[in-house]
Design a protein around this ligand. Structure first.
Ligand SMILES: Cc1cc2nc3c(=O)[nH]c(=O)nc-3n(C[C@H](O)[C@H](O)[C@H](O)COP(=O)(O)O)c2cc1C
Length: 258
C-alpha cells in the first residue's frame, strides 16, 4: 500500500493509538497498588502532622506506630470492634446509602448532604500526647469540600491542631487554610461553651486575648470570609449532635483509656 494512501494513514494512526493505549492501560494497572500505598501514606502523614508527631526524614510507617485507628459509631459514640479500620473507607461509606444517613437540609450546616454512620478516629498511644484524638472532618467552603482533621487533647475540649489534606479553595485566599501560621492559632482553643454546645468559630478580623470568649474564636482569613465561614460550619457540624458529640461525651467518662 502506498504511503500516500488515506487507508494506510488511518491504519497506522489507529495502530499507534492501540499500542499507546495498551501501554497506558498496563501502566495504570501496574501502578494502582503503588497509588493506593501512596494515598495511605499521605493520609498518615497528615494525621501525624496535625498531631505534631511528624518528623521530616523519618519513616512515616514507623512514626504511625504511635497512632491507633478505631472505628466509632457516631450515633452511639461506641467503638465498633467488628470492623477493620485498615480497610474501612469513611468517604466511600458516605456515598453508600447502606452505610450512611442523609442529612436533613436544615441540619446540613456543613453542606455535605450525607454522613457516614461510622467514622475512623485516630488515637495517639505514646508519649506526652497519649490519648490525643484525631477526628476526621469535612465541609463545604466556597469552591470545594474541605477534608481534614481536628486533633483534640484527651479532655475532648482543647484543640491541638487542625489540618486540611484536600480542598480546592483559591490559593492565597481560602487556600490560606493551609498556612501554618493560621493553623497555629487553633492550638489551645476550646471547642465547647459552658453548656456543652460547639462554640468554636472563625471570626471576621483578628482576635486578641481581651476579646470576650477569645478561647472560642480564631482569626478570619483575609479576603476569604466564605471559606472561613465554611470552616466554622464544619467545626460546628462535626462537634455537634450529628457529629462527635456522643463519642466525646462517652470519651470524657473514660479519660484514662480509649
Ligand atoms: C477569583 C476569586 C477567588 C476567590 N476565592 C475565594 C476563596 O477561596 N474563599 C473565599 O472565602 N473567598 C474567595 N473569594 C472572595 C469571595 O468572592 C468573597 O468576596 C470573599 O469571601 C469575601 O470576603 P471578605 O469579606 O473577607 O472580603 C474569591 C474571589 C475571587 C474574585
Amino acid at each position: 500500500m502506498s504511503n500516500d494512501s488515506t487507508l494506510k494513514t488511518v491504519f497506522v494512526a489507529l495502530a499507534v493509538c492501540l499500542v499507546c493505549s495498551i501501554f497506558v492501560s498496563i501502566a495504570a494497572v501496574m501502578l494502582k497498588p503503588q497509588q493506593v500505598i501512596n494515598k495511605r501514606l499521605d493520609k498518615q502523614q497528615n494525621i501525624l502532622k496535625v498531631a505534631g508527631l511528624f518528623e521530616e526524614g523519618r519513616d512515616i510507617k514507623e512514626l504511625f506506630e504511635k497512632v491507633e485507628a478505631k472505628i466509632v459509631n457516631l450515633e452511639t459514640g461506641e467503638f465498633v470492634e467488628d470492623m477493620d479500620p485498615a480497610s474501612y473507607d469513611m468517604r466511600k461509606a458516605a456515598g453508600d446509602p447502606e452505610m450512611s444517613s442523609k442529612i436533613p437540609a436544615d441540619e446540613d450546616i456543613a453542606s455535605i448532604r450525607r454522613r457516614p454512620d461510622n467514622v475512623t478516629v485516630y488515637f495517639v498511644t505514646e508519649g506526652d500526647k497519649a490519648g490525643m484524638m484525631i477526628l476526621p472532618v469535612n465541609g463545604y467552603g466556597l469552591w470545594s469540600t474541605l477534608y481534614g482533621f481536628i486533633a483534640l487533647e484527651p479532655d475532648g475540649q482543647t484543640v491541638y491542631g487542625i489540618s486540611f489534606y484536600e480542598h480546592a479553595e483559591t490559593p492565597g485566599l481560602g487556600g490560606e487554610v493551609d498556612n501554618p501560621k493560621w493553623k497555629s492559632l487553633w492550638q489551645g482553643k476550646k471547642v465547647f461553651d459552658e453548656n456543652g454546645e460547639p462554640a468554636l468559630e472563625v471570626v471576621k478580623g483578628t482576635v486578641d486575648a481581651a476579646t470576650p470568649n477569645a478561647e472560642h474564636k480564631v482569626d478570619g482569613l483575609a479576603g476569604a470570609t466564605l471559606t472561613s465561614r465554611g470552616v466554622s460550619n464544619l467545626v460546628h457540624y462535626w462537634m455537634g449532635e450529628q457529629g462527635y458529640a456522643a463519642f466525646l461525651t462517652k470519651q470524657r467518662s473514660r479519660p484514662s483509656s480509649y
